[in-house]
Design a binder for this molecule. Sequence first.
Ligand SMILES: Nc1ncnc2c1ncn2[C@@H]1O[C@H](COP(=O)(O)OP(=O)(O)OP(=O)(O)O)[C@@H](O)[C@H]1O
Length: 243
Amino acid sequence: MIEIRDLKKVYNGVTVVDVPSLSISAGESVGLVGNNGAGKTTLFRIILDLIRKDSGEVISKGYNVSETDNWKDYTGSYLDEGFLIDYLTPEEYFYYIGSLYQVSRSDVDLKLDMYREFFNDEILSKKKYIRDLSKGNQSKVGVIACLLQQPEIILLDEPFANIDPSTQIRLKNILKQIERGSNCTTIVSSHDLNHVTDVCQRILLMEKGKIIKDIRTDSNTLTELESYFSVQQVESFKSIDRS
Ligand SMILES: Nc1ncnc2c1ncn2[C@@H]1O[C@H](COP(=O)(O)OP(=O)(O)OP(=O)(O)O)[C@@H](O)[C@H]1O
């Protein structure tokens, strides 16, 4: 489904993404974890052809994402509020996104109805512009907008950040439902190890641009990740002590 080969991105002489080879199969749900600056967002941006890589390629269902736009028809993504159009109301934005994918207004309405609980009565019919919504509510709009077209691939960058605990649980249920009910491939980054191990079958751990662990999620994965990150914390305390 997604093949990455010899991928590198360098900023100011520092390699921030270095992925020699990565293969993600159709229907897999993949969690991407790593400390701040590990390269998760940059990797997403390269997969979505939003920034230029220094070398390598990303192949989505056989399409080289830098050479054709075909992959955009079946790829839904929400990385940050830059994906939104802030002078529209949520409804206007959903209809606009629907129109890009030939989803009629009535079908958009049907879909939005499915996510009414997720919206928690804070999004629809409020006559508010997206720019006036809270960060968490903006994130809800972005996540649901990328599901309107029934994508085959979904990329979400830190979707659990900024949303309240009830919404986090609802989002997990939506992601689990997608995993169970379709052959959709999901890649979700998160700093929340509980959530990501709960919803993803496979975890990629990034450090300094490299994928240093590629784990099939099982009952030990959370403990394994927690022990990795607690060692990282000890190392950073040691380096503060030395300075
Ligand atoms: N436009 C840019 N110019 C220079 N450096 C950049 C740029 N974008 C990202 N970087 C650097 O690339 C590295 C990876 O950043 P990235 O945002 O991908 O990390 P991340 O894993 O998503 O971090 P976080 O968990 O904090 O969101 C960081 O060192 C960051 O400073």
